[in-house]
Design a protein around this ligand. Sequence first.
Ligand code: OGA
Ligand code: NI
Length: 329
Amino acid sequence: MVVHSKPPAMEQLSKPNHRAAFIPLIDLSKPDTKAQLVRACEDFGFFKVINHGVPADLIRDLESEALRFFSLPLSVKAQAGPPDPFGYGDKKIGHNGDVGWLEYLLLTTNSSSDYHKFSAIFGRAADKFRCLVNKYIAAVRKMACEILEMVAEGLRIQPRDAFSKLLMDEQSDSVFRVNHYPPIPGFLESDGRNLIGFGEHTDPQIISVLRSNNISGLQISLKDGRWISVPPDHNSFFINVGDSLQVMTNGRFKSVKHRVVANGSKSRLSMIYFGGPPLSEKIAPLASLMQGEEDSLYKEFTWFEYKKSAYKSKLADNRLGLFEKIVAS
Ligand code: OGA
Ligand code: NI
């Protein structure tokens, strides 16, 4: 008799005119989710996490501080810009012409960095904001590391901190981003308009941890190219596999293509921690996932080189394409 292992718990997405689609749901309080995690990373590059251990009051406090910032007049917020690389940004994403219906804060995860751009505006509240950001980042980084360690175990990779140590490294080049998608003036649901909040892209780092308020907008692309809406859930986190993890697993995991469609009538707030390696780190498939070096699907590059190249590209470009080996046919 064949014993089938229980399929991972899935959340059903109802999307009119589409075959029902599912996204994997991982309960971090359950002892053995390694195999489920690996499958979710292979099949979707994306999953939802519950029982994550990040304190609800920390999330709530940071969200309300962020909303307080975004409620300031544009002329005041602009004093905390431009996001070069850290600070306030409005509509423009990157330097290559991408725009979206959003404003955002890009922050370093290095707790010793200064927040001088914010103290001018926030006054003493800048310290409170910074303190909350640092606590939040520490909590989501811990969760990301637990996930990466379980993934390593699921892939039978030694040592189990092969991925997570890159996030824990003092030199880790990680980023924290708060996106605010304001309502669109004159928006009518009946228009059927679909304005882009954040254009389609993959995240270049190792892993991204996203949390949003209860307003929809996030969509992911499935392997067959269909886009599905991710129902928002302010009590949970959503995890994206990034380009670097795709390379480190030699393509076994796929970085998930995603985008945000502007909701129009209600404002969406999302906070994303992008866990990245140190700049000097070589991004290459782990030896245990290949037969030999020549099996690598990718040319060798450092995170610094990849980032430099990604900054020159448009959001929707296939950034990893430049680093794929040309396979002779
Ligand atoms: C991003 C991103 C999604 C969101 O910032 O890379 O994909 O919901 N954001 O803001
Ligand atoms: Ni993204």
